[in-house]
Design a protein around this ligand. Structure first.
Ligand code: TLP
Length: 345
């Protein structure tokens, strides 16, 4: 079946141009630093994000984990939002594998953390406390509706962290969505953070991979951590070749996904019982809440739509997520809206 798959932008398949580039990629052993395609991708990524160096990693989860482990040692503490991907969806890697203590502060609905909450989360130098070393921000913020966080806020948050002696890491899995949505150059949007992870295999359509960017010194540490985590990938230039195309050709079109998310949101909310959730859509995500009166649970809704060839994300008993991406076309939106109408008729 040709599914209309709105569960995530992680489901995107590589484009034909990517597949051709993968087949023809120049390769070498990347653990020796000898894979030309990976070296090209890393240089391209560092240049685009305005950082000194970059490191290709298998996933966003490993990118965030390697960055945390490069910034922190065992018993150190990291401040992050209580709805951060690093807190909710990365299997507790920072504590399980790094002995790093997560200290959450409440995420505001716009994806930010209150500046005063960040300030007061930093521990005094006291033998009873872990040492606070790092602040993690997220942009776009997935669990806050895919919202794009402003450069102005990022500057404020980073400066409070830096004043308190902390480093700042950005989970920028979808930083290009944030940059395109706000029409801000991506290097400006990340200029204030010490490190950033972004993903090639979400809206940018590459099949695998993420990139960590930062100073040369920081990336040298992350390189060692990546090896410890088993992420040294040898001839992974086959993957990097797709990543190069992702960076060169797939960024500007992300606005089309944002536009389609708006169309989808508008259409779906004409159906009685369906409401927008988490302030979405802001970028490519539509979060929905089902009224109790509909008598339908999110899982039932997903099951009925699946019978029509449509896949959506279930994020709670009455909560759904639909994500627009390269492989979702305008005619798909029509089909999805009609199928929803049939479910709620
Ligand atoms: N997010 C996935 C799921 O894990 C929820 C999705 O479908 O949205 N940071 C952010 C903000 C993310 O949304 C994700 C993936 C990651 C990191 C992790 O990336 P991967 O899946 O490459 O490990």
């Amino acid at each position: 079946m040709n599914w209309i798959d709105l569960r995530s932008d992680t489901v995107t398949l590589p484009t034909e141009k990517m597949r051709n580039a993968m087949a023809e990629a120049e390769l070498g052993d990347d653990v020796y630093g000898e894979d030309p395609s990976i070296n090209h991708l890393q240089a391209l990524a560092a240049g685009k994000l305005g950082k000194e160096a970059a490191l290709f990693v298998p996933s966003g989860t490993m990118g965030n984990l390697a960055a945390v482990l490069a910034h922190c040692g065992r018993g150190d503490e990291v401040i992050m939002g209580d709805r951060a991907h690093t807190f909710l969806y990365e299997a507790g890697g920072v504590s399980a594998l790094g002995g790093v203590h997560p200290h959450t502060v409440p995420n505001q609905t716009n994806g930010t953390l209150r500046i005063e909450d960040i300030r007061s989360a930093v521990r005094d130098n006291d033998v009873h406390f872990p040492k606070t070393k790092l602040l993690i921000l997220e942009n776009t913020h997935n669990n806050c509706g895919g919202v794009a966080v402003s450069r102005e806020y990022m500057l404020k948050a980073a400066s409070v962290a830096h004043e308190s002696g902390l480093a700042v890491h950005l989970d920028g899995a979808r930083i290009f969505n944030a940059a395109v949505e706000q029409d801000v150059p991506v290097d400006q949007l990340v200029s204030m953070v010490d490190s950033v992870t972004f993903c090639l295999s979400k809206g940018l359509c590459a099949p695998v991979g993420s990139v960590i960017c930062g100073t040369k010194e920081f990336i040298a540490k992350a390189y060692r951590v990546r090896k410890q985590l088993g992420g040294g990938m040898r001839q992974a230039g086959v993957l990097a070749a797709a990543g190069i195309i992702a960076l060169q050709e797939m960024v500007n079109r992300l606005s089309e996904d944002h536009q389609r998310a708006k169309v989808l949101a508008k259409g779906l909310t004409t159906i009685p019982g369906l409401r927008l959730d988490k302030g979405s859509p802001n970028t490519n995500m539509v979060y929905l809440e089902l009224d109790k009166e509909t008598g339908i649970l999110a899982s039932e809704c997903a099951k009925l739509l699946k019978q029509e060839g449509i896949l959506i994300g279930v994020t709670g008993e009455r909560h759904l997520r639909l994500v627009c991406h390269y492989w979702i076309r305008d005619d798909h939106l029509e089909m999805v809206m009609k199928a929803f109408q049939r479910v709620f008729d």
